[in-house]
Design a protein around this ligand. Structure first.
Ligand code: GLA
Ligand code: CA
Length: 693
């Protein structure tokens, strides 16, 4: 055999054998089909324009007691003068039960605690819908769950209309004209510009939900043309995507007339003083939302009363909201389910599978006070491995060594193949609820494509072999693999897993992962923190691994899209800029960034669908994050409420508290409860001790 011939046959053989070889044990396969779990409550899809409009009506109404006690006594101007020229009008045809009547209360239970009211400076109000109800945003996306897919654009809100320039680089927005904050101060471009310039652009301030300049595109600028007109300038042409970033939670301005009095630029204060200037005890904080906080008792309750200046009405001219009061009882998330089911609370997103069976049993009884309806599988959990090797979170030597492991594909494969997801899901709840979720886009989004979703099946032996391939061996025979000699002293690899202690599900998943990693030979220890501390640690990069419930980037794709990859220094959930401000991306991460940027820039729906298939394949093949489980959630609402849209998912573009449009909810006169704690009272002056009588 000549040299050439032998070479040829060798090449040939190589080719043939490569083709004939069965997929190796460590190769990914298409994820198995999920157990069927039909969503209850069929959504009626509607055109976007059928929900609301802006127009002047011939007359307006308000609750009688407001007229009697406040208008006739000169404490408030007449309702017509409190409303904008053209209020936002909800169309009756889109209201599931039609226009409503005034009265009653919505009783929320939440697991978080208010840090204060300064949303613009990053303070949490305790979640569970309280901030969503207080702060209104330029656009609104939550109700889009009911909008036909070919019509996907955010709804107007504080921005009532917008127009693109011919070249697509400028977007001119008209703000609602003549709307007022809940204390009567005019809302205008000054509020918008204060939020943008002195909060988003100010590097010392990060609003709640993390808006940064890149949230609206690198190089984007904003200016006010007149009190009711603002103009965006983008580097890209027609980046319609950013209209989604102008919705909750990244463009919801605060009251500049109040906030400026404490902001360093205007008041000579420190940034800490600014952030903390409006603690929960500061009542009647001005809002554009439907209800204003008028009472706060620590670890007990926050009470909000109707905003007399709310700028939305029904077609009959009734000023909204219909409900006079909103409660947020300060308890636990698990208690929210219990109370909603028992009837002492009014609403819950049933999102912790540990409560599913009990809740279903009780809801099935005729006497059940609440109805419960499951939606699509949109609640998912991922294990995020910190990919920064250039100092995000300033890790010590051990932490650095873990980051190197996290960046090693064999190591990530070992971790994912050592996770028995069936068992993990069953440990939360038995039955057809949980599904194998390898990571990537949620199976509940319209962009999901199973064939592009790659999965490394559970195989503990293969996982152990991969760990060895990654250079990890148990050199001292204690059952846990060690770092190679010379790295971190050659001791046992120890990984700190960050979780929140606020949810039983997070704790159970954390413990499950620790146990399954122990069988692999990896020592993982939990760092369990409460919500705000966990978020601070996560955003600060102070974690090796972190388990998080998925956010809108994965459940809707069009909301918070930049977070799907490290498209900016502070967008990714597990890879943010290091101490020198740069991102040390691995090649597959750069691929994800390119795909996501193309998606943002594209307005072609076929191309966008295709890009998301590519995203899914690259993300799941390379284990950008490690999926743990995915399951449906159910919306629980007390039966006395009308106007709850059928099939509302508990989470998609936003949480259900936003999607159901609480300002339109009402309780029929014969069903009204006696829950108002401050009947016939309205918010007092900002900073005053309580409501005004
Ligand atoms: C928390 C709850 C969710 C939802 C959101 C709203 O995260 O767990 O169900 O209520 O708050 O922000
Ligand atoms: Ca060891």
């Amino acid at each position: 055999m000549t040299f050439i011939r032998s070479l040829r046959s060798a090449v040939l053989m190589l080719g043939v054998s490569a083709l004939a070889m069965p997929a190796g044990a460590a190769d990914p396969v298409v994820v198995p089909e999920q157990p069927v779990f039909p969503a209850q409550g069929k959504i009626t899809y509607v055109p976007r324009t059928s929900i609301l409009e802006y127009k002047a009506l011939s007359a307006y109404q308000e609750p009688d007691w407001v007229t009697e006690k406040f208008v006739k006594t000169g404490k408030l101007p007449p309702v017509g003068e409190r409303l904008p020229k053209e209020p936002l009008v909800y169309k009756t045809g889109n209201m599931p039960d039609g226009t409503g009547v005034y009265g009653d209360t919505i009783r929320h239970v939440i697991g978080g605690r208010p840090e204060g009211w300064n949303y613009s400076a990053g303070q949490s109000q305790g979640w569970g819908g309280i901030d969503i109800g207080m702060f209104e945003c330029l656009t609104r996306t939550a109700p889009l769950f009911q909008v036909e897919a070919n019509d996907m654009e955010p709804l107007p809100n504080l921005a009532k209309s917008w127009k693109w320039s011919e070249d697509g680089h400028k977007l001119t927005m008209k703000l609602i004209e003549g709307a007022k904050w809940s204390d009567g101060d005019p809302f205008d471009a000054e509020d918008v510009m204060f939020y943008w310039e002195d909060n988003v652009l100010d590097p010392n301030v990060t609003p709640l939900n993390g808006a940064t300049p890149e949230t609206f595109g690198v190089g984007t600028t904003l200016k006010a043309l007149d009190p009711y007109t603002i103009e965006w300038t983008f580097k890209e042409a027609f980046p319609r995507q950013y209209l989604f970033a102008m919705a909750y939670g990244t463009f919801c301005p605060g009251p500049s007339h109040i906030l400026k009095t404490k902001h360093p630029k205007y008041a000579g204060t420190t940034y800490d003083q600014y952030k903390n200037a409006f603690p929960p005890e500061y009542l009647n904080f001005p809002v554009m939302g439907a209800w204003v906080p008028v009472a706060y008792r620590s670890d007990d309750i926050v009470v909000l009363r109707r905003n007399p200046y709310y700028w939305k009405v029904d077609e009959e001219g009734r000023q909204l909201p219909y409900l006079n009061e909103a409660h947020y009882k300060l308890s636990t998330w698990a208690d929210r389910d219990v109370q909603a089911i028992a009837g002492s609370g009014d609403i819950s997103n049933l999102e912790q599978p540990e409560n599913f069976v009990e809740a279903l049993k009780r809801a099935a009884e005729d006497t059940a006070p609440a109805r419960l309806a499951f939606g699509p599988r949109v609640i998912g959990y991922n294990l995020h491995l910190n990919f920064s090797a250039n100092g995000w979170g300033e890790p010590d030597e051990r932490g650095e060594a873990v980051r190197q492991l996290n960046r090693n594909l064999d190591f990530r494969k070992a971790v994912t193949m050592a996770i028995d997801r069936q068992k993990l899901g069953d440990s939360l709840v038995k039955g057809p609820f949980t599904a194998i979720y390898p990571g990537g886009l949620s199976s509940g989004t319209s962009f999901y494509d199973r064939q592009s979703t790659m999965y490394y099946p559970y195989d503990l032996d293969e996982a152990k072999a991969l760990l060895k391939k990654a250079g990890l061996v148990d050199t001292d025979g204690d059952g846990f693999v060690n770092f190679p000699a010379g790295t971190a002293g050659g001791g046992d690899v120890q990984i700190v897993l960050l979780i929140t202690g606020e949810y039983g599900t997070d704790r159970n998943l954390g413990e499950g992962v620790v146990g399954q990693m122990e069988r692999l030979g990896l020592k993982v220890v939990l760092n369990t923190l409460d919500g705000p501390k966990r978020d601070a640690a996560h955003y600060g990069g102070r974690f090796d691994w972190s388990i998080r419930r998925n956010e809108q980037d994965l459940t809707s794709v069009v909301q918070n899209t930049p977070q799907l990859a490290a498209t900016g220094p502070r967008t990714s959930w597990h890879h943010r800029a290091g101490t020198d401000g740069t991102l040390d991306l691995m090649p597959f991460e750069q691929e994800l960034v390119d795909i996501v940027n193309k998606f943002i820039a594209s307005n072609d729906s076929a191309e966008r669908a295709d890009l998301m298939k590519q995203y899914q394949k690259v993300a799941t093949t390379n284990l950008d994050s490690i999926g743990l489980t995915e399951y449906p959630g159910a919306l629980i609402v007390n039966k006395r409420f009308s106007n709850i849209p059928q099939g509302t998912p508990i989470f998609m573009f936003n949480w259900a508290e936003d999607s159901i449009m609480r300002e339109r909810l009402y309780v029929a006169a014969d069903k009204q409860g006696d829950y108002e704690l401050y009947p016939e009272q309205l918010p007092g002056k900002p900073g005053d001790g309580g409501p005004a009588e």
